[in-house]
Write a new protein. Structure first.
Length: 180
């Protein structure tokens, strides 16, 4: 009959193997300020090239990139990295100091196009992404602004042209909410 120590060692080995296989499913998204919004929308700052190369393994179907591809921390060839996995890629190059209603309208069109799959919305640090996603959630998906704004507040408190864009779009949609 096996000793108690041998039984405990076998159980520990089995648990370690189970735990390792459970953690080996899909790599985490390596990017600053990752904020999961729902099962189908995740916002973040700039993912690493390696993280971008593994998005399909995490169930993503599309990437919406909201910064100009010329910013200093942009990943060279991001479009190609994403498309090689069969994912769709949209770049809306919003200058940080000049977001416009047209930028938001482009964003809404992209999000509607990808509404049946998991989407990564990102920029450099998740300021553009969190704000545009907040506006989409409130004005298009009709989510409560207080709840939707929590995702923005995890990253930043919009000021200047970004706060102006929020206020303008909420008023246009007749949504009574004042961002912090």
């Amino acid at each position: 009959m096996p000793s108690t120590k041998l039984i405990i060692a076998a159980i520990a080995l089995a648990l370690n193997t189970f735990t390792a296989s459970a953690h080996a499913e899909a790599p985490a998204l390596h990017a600053p300020n990752v904020v999961p919004i729902s099962a189908s929308i995740v916002t973040s700052g700039q993912p690493t090239a390696e993280a971008l190369a593994h998005l399909s393994e995490q169930g993503f179907k599309a990437v919406v990139y909201l910064a100009p591809p010329t910013v200093g921390d942009a990943v060279p060839g991001e479009r190609e990295i994403v498309q090689r996995q069969g994912l769709e890629f949209v770049n809306i190059p919003i200058p940080f100091g000049k977001p416009t209603q047209a930028d938001f309208e482009q964003f809404v069109e992209a999000m509607k196009r990808f509404s049946d799959g998991k989407v990564l919305v990102h920029c450099q640090v998740n300021m553009r992404a969190s704000t545009m996603t907040f506006l989409y959630r409130t004005t298009v998906l009709h989510e409560a602004p207080e709840q939707a704004y929590e995702a923005v507040a995890k990253v930043w408190s919009p000021k200047g042209p970004w706060k102006d864009l929020i206020v303008t779009q909420l008023r246009k949609a007749q949504i009574a909410f004042e961002p912090y």
